[in-house]
Design a protein around this ligand. Structure first.
Ligand SMILES: Nc1ncnc2c1ncn2[C@@H]1O[C@H](COP(=O)(O)OP(=O)(O)OP(=O)(O)O)[C@@H](O)[C@H]1O
Length: 311
């Protein structure tokens, strides 16, 4: 049973169809990437999933039942892109306060905060104020306060912004661990390389509509262009054959070939094996999510045009 199921969700602002009939479901333990260009409708979707906005139409099912924000919010951790920390409050007190809001007792909260602060090397921060933290440090604090109560659903909007590579890796590892121990993660970002590394499933939204979803592996397979890289000890002189065409010659003695319809990698290998140049490598080139993203939203204006709700 999915942990979260969106059925035909709609949210219209006065001048804009922000979310226009979006459906998808997320299984427990998945790390799900919600992608889309600026203005696509991601934040509006996340705000409905966290009970900040009511949908105008459609249904949200959480753990198999109609979503009840007042009750279910205890099981959701949301780290929004904009920071929501109290600047003047001390860090330890703030973490304690936010954890108790999520239903933990003071003792439970204290123990968990100490564990997380040790794990993320934040012990010396306890008596500092949030206003004394750098952007990356407050990002770490916000991550801890989002996941501390072990929510079933963790929603992270651009969680790595402001983090250096070392801290990004630390947080990435924690996300994997949380998913392994059963939490479901929704991860919203524009950084496609992070999505490839972290997510197992994705949905791509554009202009308020879902235009693609599936496993990262499956999506890449769907958009592949039959391109292969063949490495040689020295580039062969003859490359003409009906099975393929050479798209590019690389300086590292490799060729990029596109296999024609009706032929297979074996046909290409057979051709080159007949020659005298030893082959050193052979691998398929799959498109990056970035290439797929750009291909699908190409032609879309950089910032979304207003679309009249009556249209
Ligand atoms: N409060 C609002 N009133 C009117 N229109 C809004 C409001 N909030 C968002 N919109 C519009 O709804 C659309 C979707 O916005 P949303 O913030 O959900 O997009 P997004 O995918 O999160 O974008 P970004 O990646 O830039 O954060 C945009 O066209 C935006 O102009």
């Amino acid at each position: 049973m999915p942990l979260l199921e969106l059925r035909n969700l709609k949210k219209y602002y006065a001048t804009q169809k922000a979310v226009d009939d979006i459906s998808f479901s997320i299984e427990p333990g998945q790390i799900f990437g919600l992608l889309g260009p600026n203005g696509a409708g991601k934040t509006t979707l996340l705000r409905m999933i966290t009970g900040i906005f009511y949908p105008d139409d459609g249904q949200i099912l959480f753990d198999g039942k109609p979503f009840n924000p007042e009750k279910d919010i205890q099981h959701i951790g949301y780290m929004p892109e904009e920071r929501g920390l109290y600047k003047k409050m001390k860090i330890g007190e703030q973490a304690l306060y936010l954890a108790q809001l999520k239903g933990l007792s003071k003792d439970q909260a204290l123990q968990l905060i100490k564990e997380w602060f040790v794990k993320l090397e934040m012990q010396s921060w306890w008596n500092k104020k949030v206003e004394d933290l750098s952007k990356g440090m407050s990002q770490k604090l916000q991550f801890v306060t989002t996941v501390l109560h072990r929510p079933k659903l963790i929603i992270l909007d651009e969680p790595f912004s402001g983090l250096d590579p070392v801290n990004s890796n630390v947080i990435k590892e924690e996300i994997f661990q949380l998913a392994k121990s059963g939490s479901t993660v929704i991860f919203s970002t524009h950084r496609m390389e992070q999505v490839e590394e972290i997510c197992d499933h994705i949905a791509l939204v554009n202009k308020g509509q879902k235009i693609l979803d599936g496993t990262v592996k499956g999506v890449k397979q769907r958009f592949k262009k039959n391109l292969f890289r063949i490495g040689f000890e020295a580039l062969p002189a003859i490359n003409t054959n009906q099975a393929f065409e050479v798209v590019k010659e690389n300086n590292d003695q490799s060729l990029i070939v596109k296999i024609n319809d009706g032929y297979t990698p074996n046909d290409v290998l057979r051709f080159y094996l007949q020659g005298n140049t030893p082959i050193t490598s052979f691998s398929e080139i799959l498109p990056s999510l970035n290439e797929i993203f750009i291909q699908l939203v190409e032609g879309t204006p950089a910032s979304r045009q207003f679309q009249n709700v009556t249209a």
